[in-house]
Design a protein around this ligand. Sequence first.
Ligand SMILES: Nc1ncnc2c1ncn2[C@@H]1O[C@H](COP(=O)(O)OP(=O)(O)OP(=O)(O)O)[C@@H](O)[C@H]1O
Ligand SMILES: [Cu+]
Length: 644
Amino acid sequence: MDHQKMLEDFKKRFKISLLITAPILVLSPMIQSFFGYTLEFTGSKYLLFLLSTVMFFYGGWPFLTGLKDELSDKNPGMMTLIALAISVAYFYSGAVVFGLEGRFFFWELATLIVIMLLGHWIEMRSVMGASQALEELAKLMPDQAHKIVNGEVKEVKIKELKKGDQVLVKPGEKVPADGVIYEGDSYIDESMLTGESEPVERGKDEEVIGGSVNGDSSIKIKIEKAGEDSYLSQVIEMVKESQAAKSKTQNFADRAAFWLTLIAITAGTLTFGSWLYITGDLAFSIERMATVMVITCPHALGLAIPLVVAVSTTLSAKNGLLIRNRTAFENARKIDTVLFDKTGTLTEGEFGVEAVETFTDDYNKEEILQKAASLEQESEHPIANGIVKKAKTDEVELLKVDDFEIMKGKGVIGKINNTDMKAVSPGYLEENNIEIPNDALKEGPFTEVFLLENDKLVGMIRLADQIRESSYEVVKKLKDKGIKVKMLTGDNQKTAEYVSNELGLTDFFAEVLPDQKQQKVEELQAEGDFVAMTGDGVNDAPALAKADIGIAIGSGTDVAAETADIILVESDPLDVLKLIDFGSLTFKKMLQNLFWATGYNAFAIPLAAGVLASFGIMISPAVGAILMSMSTVIVAINAKLLKF
Ligand SMILES: Nc1ncnc2c1ncn2[C@@H]1O[C@H](COP(=O)(O)OP(=O)(O)OP(=O)(O)O)[C@@H](O)[C@H]1O
Ligand SMILES: [Cu+]
């Protein structure tokens, strides 16, 4: 049954049970003596029994079936407790009707069931409120889109959109799917998707995400990803998965709920035994036992963590933190070292060519660029992109390359006109004892690529990458928190040192080959550090997987960073701070909820057991039920109060 139906069911059962409770109260001897009237006629006690039977089976049904489910799962919990309590009350009273010495519990039974139903109904509403957060995400998608067919605008349902369709997005409307603008430009508000507070300007050939809100001018977009492939659908899917998966904290809470149930049954039985021994009053002892079982019901405990999870994962997703592994996220408070990848993480990862040099008379500068760019055509590396881009703007013709190969972390290799050519790092030159010309390596955010012909150095291209504006802030703030900030890069010592000094890093590791990054993480872990690794996810995958917390900086709509625990959608290193703060906050909420849910038993159980009976303080099973429902509602409200 889905939640909405269950909610309706509880409501109906509550109302009908409430109606049946009225005559039960009127017919109950105890109520009568309290109000000083007598209503007894032949068979009146059988009528009372009949009404209570209806009450027990109709009103108590959700709890009785719950008992069956829990026992067949071998996981006794709150339904078991409630079912036990009402069964004891019902069968004992029934026995009294048919001759056993004692008194009836019918009115207690009725009020207990009514309050339990009401409590679970209210609870469910709070619970649904908290878990509705995910539906809010789904609601970000509009229902309709204006598709452009042969120049005419046609209204279509979102579901009908396919890759390649052209749609018009009017001012103020939501973008219906992920796509690329082919006409117009506008400011796009992505705050609901990524947490980026300022609208961003997007023009021709730039990407827009489905669910974001168009600013004040019309744009036309060509759809790249619609339906299930769209960014938003993937995010929702991911949030669902991470909500369904259990974190360590969740497992702990589940175990605690199980133990609490056992404690409740034990405490109930002990209470029963003790009172029976002390007073010899069977009825009184049963009432105390039922109250203990009801009040100890671990309902709040069962919900303490899932409610926080529901709120937390959705809030994170809305703010551009996609959580794939919740245990890692909840561990964010433990981070004492953050390891950043350099290129594309601390720096923009967009290389511009600063200078082209030639070291021989056989080549002019343009030829150096031409050969290098030709080699780099096939590579996806940001350095390669920078070089190829420069060649294109300079309108340099690119040559055909044979036997192209990538030397990971070192450069590229290939044949041009049957001559071996390489574009490589300074590290490669050192390894092969090729002398690097004086002054070739310049101080600054520069990366040099050397061109070799038949292993002879012929030229060089110097590229520059910018340090991200926000890197300065994130390093400072992390250090203020007492967290060590280190950098890992495949780039050369000199560049790494420059960036490290600029940013004020704790430490850095340069010329680390892609397959050594993971080892570095291990080394730090061996020193006892709890390491968060932040990288762009492409060549950092093993290191991300190895780190205690792997954080991928996914650019734009790329959600597919498979090995990371957490993905930062905005590609902003500052989000690492948000992650640590929000992760710690989420964990704190969970602890608070666990405390509320378990701690309240410390006073509730003795109270219910009648420890204060000699002071005249004693609560009925129904009041016990009110208290137990209240503790659940408090837990739900506390979860809902979580703020990003
Ligand atoms: N396609 C390429 N062309 C030329 N040189 C390359 C190429 N790919 C890698 N290199 C050289 O190898 C070095 C290390 O590259 P690698 O991909 O391991 O690190 P990176 O991605 O540049 O830096 P980071 O580790 O900070 O992300 C580069 O700095 C560059 O000198
Ligand atoms: Cu409960």
